[in-house]
Design a protein. Structure first.
Length: 333
């Protein structure tokens, strides 16, 4: 049976990986839910000191409204939560947007959101403890992860059983951050879902101060399977032109980035994964990131997940070689 557009919107805003939301209201075509997750554990820092850690804790609110005639609206607000320290800076914005969706015409979103570029590049960003780093550097400004002040459009075209073509496009206006000025930016994401296989391409470009060239990224990715359900493999390759300016260097530089993961989940939900990431400053011919992590996750219940991971520093040119470990639990609201 085909999902209604409202059901699709609810699924899209309430579920992200293992995360899910608690529905508090559902009546008359309107829904309201609260979600997020808190993690707590121990691990070592860059100085190899053991510390209590919380990995990316957040809380969100989600609402939907059936507008009739195949249209539905939704809103999401999500905030990072400071679970380890008191004080005034307890919350900071991660997401905040309004979306409108139609079964035939697609989906438009305005605000701070996951970008079409991340739809393609984030497919390997899955484990709790150690995952992608390079997509989040300048992520808000370049729109490679969560994108600020973005207007986006997405549409899926179905070509028969298990063959879908996905189109995504986004635009950001002028933005300044940390003394760097970013001009109007545009991006495009294209992908195919072929049963259990996904292949995609993403492109983004726009001016950036301190460079005569536009800050431009080209990215390709592919995956097989679903993370947490049997065999899952994924790989991402990004080529950047004057694209990054905060990973160990001053000013924007050309870069090459790779992320890959292989995971296998047993029937009892015990999930083993091995992931690798590298990031190169091609202008200076230096390695900024080179690391590999072995991790395991286990669902005690759907909402309570344990994790353990060990990340090997494979050597870079900007920092001392430091292996990292993490052990803890995550509770999904």
């Amino acid at each position: 049976m085909k999902k209604t557009v409202l059901a699709s919107v609810i699924a899209g805003i309430a579920f992200s990986g293992q995360a899910y939301a608690v529905e508090l209201y559902n009546s008359g075509g309107s829904t309201f839910s609260i979600g997020g997750h808190i993690s707590m554990g121990i691990g070592n820092d860059a100085d190899d000191e053991v510390e209590v850690q919380s990995i990316s804790p957040r809380i969100n609110i989600n609402a939907t409204q059936d507008l009739g005639h195949g249209w539905a609206a939704d809103v999401k607000g999500e905030w990072s939560v400071n679970t380890l320290e008191g004080g005034d800076n307890s919350f900071s914005t991660r997401l905040g947007y309004i979306g409108v969706t139609h079964d035939t015409w697609g989906r438009g979103v305005g605000g701070t959101q996951w970008s079409p570029y991340y739809d393609i590049g984030g497919i390997a960003d899955m484990p709790i403890a150690f995952a992608n780093d390079f997509l989040y550097v300048n992520g808000y400004e370049l729109g490679t992860g969560r994108a600020e002040r973005m207007i986006s459009y997405r549409k899926t075209f179905n070509f028969g059983d298990n063959i879908d073509f996905n189109l995504g496009a986004g635009w950001q206006g002028d933005n300044s951050e940390g003394g760097t000025d970013y001009g109007n930016r545009g991006q495009l994401g294209l992908s195919f879902d072929l049963g259990g296989i996904f292949v995609g391409y993403a492109f983004t470009t726009g001016s950036v101060s301190g460079s005569n060239d536009d800050a431009m990224g080209n990215l390709i990715s592919a995956k097989y399977g679903t993370y947490g359900d049997g065999l899952f493999v994924a790989a991402v390759y990004e080529m950047g032109d004057s694209f990054r300016n905060a990973l160990g260097g001053a000013g924007a530089y050309d870069s090459t980035s790779v992320e890959a993961i292989a995971a296998f989940a047993l029937a009892n939900s015990l999930n083993f994964s091995l992931n690798y990431e590298s990031h190169e400053d091609d202008d200076s011919s230096i390695t900024i990131i080179s690391q590999m992590a072995l991790q395991v996750e286990y669902n005690f219940t759907p909402a309570f997940v344990g994790y353990a991971g060990y990340q090997l520093d494979l050597g870079d040119d900007v920092s001392s070689d430091d292996d990292l470990y993490a052990l803890g639990v995550r509770y999904y609201l």
